[in-house]
Design a protein around this ligand. Structure first.
Ligand SMILES: *[C@@H]1O[C@H](CO)[C@@H](O)[C@H](O)[C@H]1NC(C)=O
Ligand SMILES: *[C@@H]1O[C@H](CO)[C@@H](O)[C@H](O)[C@H]1NC(C)=O
Ligand SMILES: *[C@@H]1O[C@H](CO)[C@@H](O)[C@H](O)[C@H]1NC(C)=O
Length: 408
């Protein structure tokens, strides 16, 4: 009972905190973002409550609540056929768009949804609508992967799922079944899905059998590194709704089945302090003073601790694994990547992950388009229909689909 009372007090304080959080400019759009965020906060509190009551892991419960808002079953229209099936044991939802007159073979995108490696689904309304629009407007086949989530599985199982499903799809007989042009296939994803898409891209470009199988990769506000939680965008958006910094750090810890006690230390970069030898060789790949333009670094100062907590990367070595943090991969890995699109948003802790990756790819000789939205916020691209029809949601989606149309 005392726990319940405590929880209610926390709930109240949290709501007051959310209302008092200072809002950046573009308040009109963001105000609605905050309203959305409140539903989110309520959902997370309900799920925390269920967790306290011993009903379920809080992420499972949260995902259940999100799902109950709008998982759609497979459906069909005159334009798009949607089917749920599995590719080598991994669930997928396939969206078959209309063929272009005179072009029997279609283009294709393998899509990986976001949600912190723990939330959402290819079947919720937001992702279903996005993939439908892509299938229709690109005359394409979109394979949206229903990979398994935390806490059912942890890193690197999410990667294994998306790799397994994609390899299956790339087989000539499967492509033929879906009338897909083998030379015009891309991989894409948003947020944690952008992280998995980037990891998949790197793995494929290293595999002689799979090299050159992907024509493009398109990463939407991707999560790309866990070494520095004080990039200018992390500093600037520390409390920005939808994805405040501590929430992002917790998603990372959850992905690795790590200990939440490390979160406060990670927030001040104690896990990559100068006395952490394992991090030393990777530091140059993340030096944002050299990777980011002055218009982004402004007066922000790097946060580098002389001494920190050497236990963190010993207990969670995955933090330094390039499969989890594609931004820290070797230059030799980057140079074989396909043509790349990266979308970033100003009001997003992850903005600089994307900008730094674009810079490193460019230096490795990869053709990159960096598409930045000054009024964008994390997650905006899936908010395109009423009542969450943000103008920036519609503009980001149009810009993304246009790039695919011109490059795939
Ligand atoms: C959807 O499936 C129906 C029945 O199999 C077929 O006639 C139609 O052409 C398909 N439409 C698309 C867009 O693939
Ligand atoms: C970071 O590490 C320093 C040195 O060990 C320690 O004094 C400080 O309390 C740590 N900060 C956090 C937030 O853990
Ligand atoms: C959102 O949809 C409503 C209802 O269709 C419309 O009135 C409004 O203008 C739309 N807002 C944006 C930003 O597109």
């Amino acid at each position: 009972f005392r726990r319940l009372v405590n929880l209610h007090i926390t709930l109240l304080l949290y709501r007051i905190y959310i209302y008092l959080t200072p809002l950046p400019e573009h308040t009109n759009e963001l105000f609605r973002g905050v309203l959305g965020d409140n539903t989110w906060v309520l959902s997370s509190l309900c799920s925390n409550l269920m967790h306290y009551l011993g009903l379920s892991h809080h992420l499972l419960a949260l995902n259940f609540i999100i799902g109950s808002f709008g998982k759609k079953s497979a459906w069909s229209s005159a334009q798009v056929n949607v089917t749920d099936t599995d590719f080598d044991g991994v669930e997928v939802r396939v969206f078959e768009g209309p063929a272009k007159p005179g072009e029997p073979l279609k283009r294709s995108v393998v899509y990986i949804h976001g949600g912190g490696w723990a939330l959402a689904s290819a079947k919720i309304r937001y992702y279903d609508e996005l993939c439908t629009a892509m299938a229709e407007e690109l005359n394409a086949v979109i394979v949206s992967i229903e990979y398994r989530l935390v806490p059912k599985v942890y890193f690197p199982e999410q990667i294994h799922d998306v790799v397994r499903a994609t390899k299956y799809f790339l087989q000539p007989e499967v492509l033929q079944k879906y009338s897909v042009d083998p030379g015009r296939i891309g991989v894409s994803g948003d947020s944690a899905g952008g992280n998995l898409a980037a990891a998949l891209g790197q793995q494929f470009s290293q595999d002689a059998n799979l090299k050159n199988k992907l024509k493009v990769q398109a990463l939407i506000y991707p999560v790309l590194q866990a070494l520095d939680f004080n990039t200018p965008s992390y500093q600037q958006n520390v409390n920005t709704p939808i994805l405040p910094r501590y929430v992002m750090v917790k998603y990372w810890v959850d992905y690795f089945k790590g200990n939440y006690d490390f979160v406060p230390a990670m927030i001040v970069n104690n896990h990559t302090s100068l006395d952490v030898e394992e991090a030393a060789p990777l530091r140059a790949r993340l030096n944002w003073m050299s990777l980011l333009p002055e218009s982004i670094t402004k007066n922000y100062e790097p946060v580098v601790q002389a001494t920190g907590n050497t236990r963190i990367v010993q207990e969670i070595p995955q933090l330094l694994d390039a499969r989890a943090a594609p931004l820290i991969a070797d230059q030799e890995v980057l140079q074989h990547l396909p043509k790349t699109y990266i979308l970033t948003c100003e009001h997003d802790v992850l903005r600089d992950d994307g900008i730094m990756y674009a810079k490193r790819l460019e230096r490795a000789g990869v053709e990159v388009t960096l598409d930045h939205f000054e009024d964008g916020f994390h997650g905006c691209m899936i908010f395109t229909s009423w009542p969450t029809n943000f103008s920036v949601g519609i503009r980001t989606r149009n810009s993304y689909i246009k790039w695919l149309d011109q490059n795939l």
